[in-house]
Design a protein around this ligand. Structure first.
Ligand code: UN1
Length: 488
């Protein structure tokens, strides 16, 4: 086994080994390769990191916002400089293709840059008063110490879009990334540290679930932001509620692409493929349900099935490979079990089971791109998120029926509608109940300057990114401001 890079935690500005056991992150394309090793953080380390963040807080919140922004801007430049190298590390450790990995590091830089200029935007609001000689100001203040818990699937972009606003608004951070991707977490923490984040402003703890739980439940934490599974998100939300602190949780999705009869089918095939299979379907915004108008279903599904079968699955570092493995053995087993269960419940497979992946040992955690046509909605894969390259299909008898099927989920993160009819597109905007709607593009994607998050059970608390981010990372003080002289 390759030995892997040795990593440390970051506590109070120092790179330190954790008090726990050694853990290795491995390459999901070749589990014999260790990418990185770390002595994991333990619950005591959480106390130390939270104390460091607490003591750094008063001076960081008083640091002019422009200076805080300058740290983010310098970190953005570091990400840009290392995009190729860290993008390859990302592909090796997480399993998405090298192109996607490099693009994600660049996206991390773009997010840091967006929040680096936050000080140039309006800091609050200013209202008139019903009383003479008075103004009412609404100012913004940081929450304090924020716990950040992030998933494996965007190991640099999601942490960036949580940590950048947290720091830019004057919070200090204790961050626990997914234990499968410590190398990328280390790179981002390194960038912010090198860019001049003062000791204790950002603390990194690499560890398992109990460390995340200790962080989410810590009595000295003033807010928790989380992206990951629905079960963990809800547990964090109730832990926050029981201590009276805000929680932002981004959880499940079962995102539908709706292809209407008048759609440009070539565009729809391309976009549905990207939405369902890029990053091996491991995005909370991935397309996991497809609803096709009966009038075009046969031709659309046969084109889509053929294209899915021709995708090159294999080692994400090999040029030309379009889909890598899933994150680990447990995910691979769960996704395969989900496919089998759907077949037992009457699904029809529209893709073939492909052979060995390109340029990669067969013990890698690969799952073939899979499209399943369902007889009814009474099949588990219609409701449950598998978080893999599996697309569940149903046919609709009309646009109204298609929108109804799109809404047939407890989740409401994103959706896509493919149509050339403006009236239908406008109906979709009104009728499909999601946080993010794409008209003629795939269900995934997010830009730093606009809100990101879901409707229904997908999200809890304020949305992320853009100006919505400050709803979570700050609270307001409403100031009634008068001069000392009586105005009566
Ligand atoms: C994207 O669609 O590019 O965990 C980002 C996730 C989402 C991020 C999606 N929170 O997949």
């Amino acid at each position: 086994m390759h030995s892997g890079v040795q990593l440390c935690n970051l506590i109070g500005g120092k790179w330190v080994p954790g008090a726990g056991a050694e853990m290795a992150s491995i390459s999901p394309a070749d589990p014999d390769v260790a990418v990185a090793r770390v002595l994991t953080a333990q619950v005591d380390d959480v106390d130390r990191a939270v104390a460091a963040a607490r003591s750094a807080q008063p001076s960081w919140r008083r640091t002019p916002a422009h200076e805080r922004g300058a740290v983010l801007a310098r970190a953005a430049s570091i990400l840009e400089d290392f995009a190729d190298q860290w993008g390859s590390d990302l592909a090796r450790e997480e399993g998405k293709t090298r192109l996607e990995g490099v693009a994600e590091v660049r996206r991390g830089a773009q997010i840091l840059r967006y929040f680096s200029t936050e000080a140039d935007r309006s800091e609050g609001d200013h209202y008139g008063s019903p009383r003479r000689g008075e103004r009412i100001l609404v100012t913004r203040k940081p929450l304090g110490v924020v716990g950040v818990i992030t998933p494996f699937n965007f190991p640099i972009a999601i942490p960036a879009w949580k940590i950048a606003p947290a720091l830019s608004y004057g919070n200090t951070v204790v961050w626990k990334p997914a234990s499968t991707v410590p190398l990328l977490a280390f790179h981002l923490a390194q960038a912010l540290h090198t860019a001049g984040a003062p000791a204790g402003v950002l603390n990194l703890l690499i560890g398992d679930g109990p460390v995340g739980r200790a962080l989410a439940e810590h009595r000295e934490i003033d807010g928790v932001t989380f992206t990951g599974s629905t079960g963990v998100g809800r547990a964090i939300a109730s832990a926050g509620a029981s201590r009276g602190v805000p929680v932002q949780a981004e959880m499940g999705g079962k995102n539908a692409a709706v292809v209407l009869a008048d759609a440009d089918l070539e565009v729809a095939v391309d976009e549905v493929l990207l939405g369902a299979f890029r990053s091996s379907g491991q995005k909370c915004t991935a397309t996991s349900r497809l609803i096709v108008d009966d009038r075009v279903a046969d031709s659309f599904l046969s084109q889509l099935g053929a294209r899915a079968d021709s995708l090159r699955v294999g080692d994400p570092l090999v040029d030309g490979v379009q889909m890598g493995p899933v994150i680990d053995r447990a995910a691979q087993v769960a996704i395969h079990a989900g496919i089998e269960r759907a077949m037992e419940q009457g699904a029809r497979r529209l893709t073939s089971v492909t052979g060995d992946p390109t340029g990669s040992p067969s013990q890698g955690y690969f799952v073939a791109p899979t499209i399943l046509e369902l007889p009814t909605g009474d099949v588990d894969v219609w409701r449950d998120e598998l978080f893999g390259p599996v697309l569940a299909v149903r046919r609709a008898s009309s646009p109204e029926h298609a929108f109804e099927l799109a809404n047939d989920s407890e989740f409401g993160l994103s959706a896509a509608v493919f149509t050339q009819d403006l009236t239908r597109a406008l109906e979709a905007i009104d009728d499909i109940d999601v946080g993010i709607l794409h008209v003629n593009s795939e269900t995934a994607g997010a830009d730093p300057h606009v809100p990101f998050g879901g409707a229904k059970r997908s999200s809890y608390g304020p949305k992320e990114q853009g100006q919505s981010a400050r709803e979570f990372y700050t609270h307001t003080t409403t100031v009634y401001l008068r001069g000392a002289q009586s105005t009566l």
